[in-house]
Design a protein around this ligand. Structure first.
Ligand code: AGP
Length: 598
């Protein structure tokens, strides 16, 4: 999952490229580099480290020229190092390339090129690309040489290429995202529009096996048959404000605190644009595919839809779904949930569903992303740009979409009348204020600092709150690197309870629902084995408070709406624990915001 950007226009390209890789840094941050063309030469600066670090050392703005490429890396082949950083250069130093994806046949290509005398400086798969182009660029038809080289590649790529002797940008994609920003006498090409959204909202979305040649205009051809493709310029309707941290120390904390507004916006957006929910009738099963936090939103979606609409829902990890030759009928509705819309496994699962003739809905947060361009309908979460690698506001916005979609299905299937639906929406509209109340609870910071000192923890919940326990465990793992097990509370006795030792923190969601007294017994079982109990409870619940070491209160709400409230303490526990362990909150080790490789 790397971020790539190219620029050609009247501005100093290094300034645009530096700003662009900064905005793309959430996609990967092992190493960075920029190459420009100036005075008939390629100028290159790259090194291992974050954008700001490397820029301080190398000063990217010293690079001159009006055309260039930039890259921020999440390593797949070859450790983070200066040699493995992109851009990669041909042996004759005429061609520079940045790449996002995996070239699956790079070993064979490398051997072929080495046998022909080409020299490799890195361990990456990417380096075969500039060398292949150099090999084919003998008759000075550069576009042809690029196409010939691209046709040799197997696997996934989004590449941007420059040649010191040609005043053009060339870019192409297969299975990795790439979009063209069309400005006034200037062009941008990048992994996603956050790289250039401050300069233009006019976008051409590249599809697989398309190559764009940018000079004073742009031309798009198909890599396989070289035919010119006519593409329309789309206007990006979602206002991706350039995300700033404002008064917050980290994007994650800012985005946790944005959730009341995001949930409110999402509710209002879909009530105003009710037609977006469409008339989904005549299907008798729903399949949900997603990864990570979006998968946990899908598990909660299962509870919502099955409780409200009484239609069976299956939830699958995208990576499992795509390889199991799933049984899908054309009477199935598939919902793919993805914040980024670029998660490789979820895109592949969605493709599998489409191939088997299922109707496909995307629940997604990024306008025009690959997943939205495959779906029959996209229900856009109204979370705005989510920069923190840990998904927070996108998660609660996904829940809001799933809840409203469930109510809509209940309406068109005549399971609820207008009055009943309005009653549910009235309760839902109370959530933003209730979320704000939990966010203002300063005890959560102190509880986190005091209790998460061991390297293990357990998160428990039942019913619609059990996926929240899984999400809480993931958040703690992602942000503080503490091992955390999430589990349905009843499962404790089937193995997890062996983990419990003195002072081990156990977070239990114990709100007043039909399993309240069962959860209370689970708490007693843990307590008797020395575990430290942090309970998420309804206000003034003394019964649980008396058997817990710490309690975090949440207001009462409809049983199915609790996840909006119980997830907030989980997010804050992960944040404050990560903070006191000096972890890199917005860019946790080994992670990237969008997993665009398998
Ligand atoms: C969530 O905090 C993680 N960053 C990760 O699990 C994420 O939810 C997962 O990679 C799916 O991403 P998507 O929603 O963009 O498809």
């Amino acid at each position: 999952m790397c971020g790539i950007i190219g620029y050609k226009g009247g501005k100093k390209s290094s300034a645009i490229l530096l700003e662009g890789i900064k905005n793309l840094e959430y996609r990967g941050y092992d190493s960075v580099g920029i190459a420009t063309i100036y005075d008939g030469k390629i100028e290159l600066k790259k090194d291992v480290g974050r954008v700001d670090e490397v820029n301080k050392k190398l000063n990217f703005l010293e690079l001159n020229g009006f055309i260039g490429i930039g890259h921020t890396r999440w390593s797949t082949h070859g450790k983070p190092s200066k040699e493995n950083a992109h851009p990669h250069i041909s042996n004759d130093y005429s061609i520079a390339v940045v790449h996002n994806g995996i070239i699956e046949n790079y070993n064979e290509l490398r051997k072929e090129l080495e046998n022909e005398g080409f020299k490799f400086k890195s361990e990456t798969d990417t380096e075969v690309i500039p060398l292949l182009i150099e090999k084919y660029n003998k008759k000075n038809d550069f576009e042809k040489a690029v196409i010939k080289a691209l046709r040799r590649l197997e696997g996934s790529f989004a590449v941007i290429i420059i040649n010191k002797d040609i005043d053009k940008l060339i870019a192409a994609r297969r299975f990795s995202p790439l979009m063209l920003g069309v400005g006034k006498d200037e062009f941008f090409i990048a992994s996603d529009s956050t790289a250039f959204i401050k300069h233009t909202n006019d976008i051409v979305f590249m599809e697989d096996d398309e190559m764009v040649i940018i000079d004073d205009g742009f031309k798009i051809v198909n890599i396989t048959d070289n035919k010119i493709i006519d593409k329309k310029i789309e206007h990006n309707r979602i206002n991706y404000y350039s995300a700033e941290k404002g008064n917050y120390r980290h994007f994650m904390l800012k985005e946790i605190h944005e959730q009341p507004r995001v949930v409110e916006n999402t509710i209002n957006y879909f009530i105003k644009n009710n037609s977006l929910l469409h008339n989904y009738k005549n299907f008798n099963r729903i399949l949900i595919v997603a990864c990570g936090t979006s998968y946990y939103a899908g598990l909660i979606g299962k509870f919502l839809i099955e409780s409200i609409v009484r239609i069976p829902v299956e939830v699958d990890y995208s990576s499992e779904f795509r390889y199991k030759d799933p049984i899908i009928n054309n009477t199935d509705l598939v919902i793919a949930i993805s914040q980024s819309g670029e998660t490789a496994d979820t895109i592949a699962a969605a493709k599998e569903a489409k191939n088997k003739k299922a109707k496909l809905i995307a629940i997604c947060n990024v306008f025009g992303s690959s997943l939205t361009r495959m779906a029959d309908t996209t229900l856009y979460t109204q979370a705005g740009t989510e920069i923190g690698v840990a998904s927070t506001k996108a998660f609660t916005s996904q829940l809001a979409v799933l809840y409203l979609f469930s109510l809509h299905l209940a309406k068109i299937n005549k399971l609820m009348n207008e009055k009943e639906i309005n009653k549910k929406i009235k309760l839902m509209k109370k959530l933003p204020l209730q979320m704000k109340k939990i966010l203002s609870n300063n005890k959560i910071k102190e509880i986190s600092e005091k209790n998460f000192l061991s390297n293990n923890s357990v998160f428990l919940g039942r019913g619609v709150n059990y996926p929240v326990a899984l999400e809480g465990a993931l958040k703690l793992k992602e942000i503080s690197y503490i091992h955390a097990e999430g589990s349905p509370a009843a499962e404790l006795k089937h193995g997890h309870i062996a983990l419990i030792e003195k002072d081990m923190p156990v977070v239990v969601i114990a709100v007043k629902d039909k399993t309240y007294y069962k959860i209370k017994s689970n708490i007693e079982e843990i307590k008797s084995r020395g575990g430290k109990i942090i309970s998420i409870v309804n206000e003034e619940d003394e019964e649980i408070e008396n058997i817990s070491d710490e309690v975090i209160e949440v207001p009462e709400t409809d049983l199915l709406l609790y996840p909006f409230l119980t997830v907030i303490p989980m997010q804050l526990i992960a944040y404050y624990t990560g903070l006191c362990r000096n972890c890199d909150i917005d860019k946790p080790r080994n992670l990237a915001k969008s997993v665009t490789v398998e």
